[in-house]
Design a binder for this molecule. Structure first.
Ligand code: CP3
Length: 356
């Protein structure tokens, strides 16, 4: 069945630097624990992983923030660790503790054992969720698909969970770079196939989350993170019968490397709050769109302060197209949902003047 035409295409237009009457916006982690309705659905699912693996419930939580706020995009409810999960490393999420991997990948033999999962096989539940969400959205807003960057996914696979020092993976990077490249290569092949399957299932834009690229030295960032994201961009389906499928790359802490990131061939770059959007725009010279970058902690302040900070972000990007408003990282779980509403209202109210 053909898809319903898009009623709100502001996000896709802005990602491709086409004119829009105002700045579109969505929030990283917009479906998440700050919403009571999300916590209720997760309780029904029994666990975070069950929620990800149940297409009906994943669809339900994807739509929750859209029912509450006038957002310009839906983002697939899932996680960047679905790929390692399908590679049989023994992923679990312990309540309040984050991801744990039972069999970390540390030796050449561990890397040899990793399969490239079939996106319509072991990961079919993700594609079923994409198909269902597209049907339920019925053209309301575009759906963003996503994956983690090979480097970021690799940190969880090698460390066995979250980490402060990145001791195992940096030991591998500096001590056995060939092995590091072999691991990143297999994750890259899996991720390219996975994102292309999301696009085939109906994702209208895709984003690569490089949460931990910023912990690398500049040369290592280019060799072990950016180069693999560039390979993914190169391997992606750029066009479907619905049109162009924009790609967003986001390296948290990557503000100094935006010029290098432009070379990777993405349509848009995510920027965190430690870089001024005016500086970012000078660095990319309108070759790509920019997404960001309100400090998520601004949402702890009262609505008037939130409005003033939204005004500063809009002013920093300045006049013209090619800006997608977002937080500089995921919304915090203990934020008052009304404060997110205040941010969104401020973008609607204050952004049209920059597009006149
Ligand atoms: O943005 C969205 O609404 C889409 C959903 C989404 C989730 N994870 C749901 C989630 C997206 C895009 C992600 C990406 C993700 N997952 C990243 C990259 C983006 C980022 O935030 O840096 C990373 C590093 C992960 C890995 C991950 N998943 C960690 C480290 C954790 C535990 C820490 C935490 O924030 O709880 C998760 C769990 C997770 N992923 C939750 C959600 C809503 C919370 C799980 C819960 O309900 O308890």
């Amino acid at each position: 069945m053909p898809h319903a035409p898009l009623k709100n295409d502001l996000l896709l237009r802005a990602l491709l630097r086409k004119p829009t009457p105002r700045t579109p916006l969505w929030m990283m982690r917009q479906a998440g624990r700050y919403l009571p309705e999300y916590r209720a659905t997760r309780a029904k699912a029994g666990s975070f992983l069950n929620l990800c693996m149940n297409p009906e419930l994943a669809c339900e939580v994807t739509l929750q923030p859209l029912d509450r706020y006038p957002l310009d995009a839906a983002i697939l409810f899932s996680d960047i660790l679905t790929i390692p999960h399908a590679m049989n490393v023994g992923l679990e999420f312990e309540a309040g503790e984050g991801p744990k991997i039972a069999r970390p990948v540390r030796t050449p033999a561990d890397i040899d054992r990793l399969p490239v999962p079939d996106p319509e096989g072991e990961l079919r539940y993700v594609m079923d969720a994409v198909r269902l969400i597209r049907r339920e959205l019925n053209g309301r807003v575009p759906l963003i698909g996503f994956a983690g960057s090979p480097w970021t996914v690799g940190t969880y696979m090698v460390e066995g969970g979250g980490t402060k020092n990145f001791s195992h993976i940096k030991g591998m990077l500096y001590g056995a770079p060939d092995q590091m490249h072999r691991l990143l290569d297999v994750i890259t092949r899996a991720t390219t196939a996975y994102l292309n399957a999301q696009i085939a299932a109906g994702a209208q834009a895709v984003m690569v989350f490089d949460t931990w690229g910023g912990v690398l030295a500049p040369q290592e960032y280019r060799e072990f993170s950016l180069a693999y994201m560039a390979r993914i961009v190169e391997g992606l389906t750029k066009e479907t019968e619905e049109g162009r499928v924009p790609v967003i790359l986001f390296t948290k802490g990557g503000g100094a490397w935006l010029e290098d990131m432009v070379q990777a061939g993405a349509d848009a770059l995510g920027v965190d709050w430690t870089t001024d959007l005016a500086d970012a725009r000078l660095a990319v010279r309108d070759r790509v769109a920019l997404q960001g970058n309100l400090d998520p902690s601004v949402l702890y302040a009262p609505p008037e302060a939130i409005r003033a900070q939204v005004a500063r972000v809009l002013e920093s990007y300045g006049r013209g197209h090619g800006h997608v408003f977002n937080l500089g990282h995921g919304i915090h779980p203990d934020v008052n949902p009304e404060h997110a509403g205040a941010m969104i209202a401020a973008v609607h109210e204050l952004s049209p003047q920059y597009h006149a």
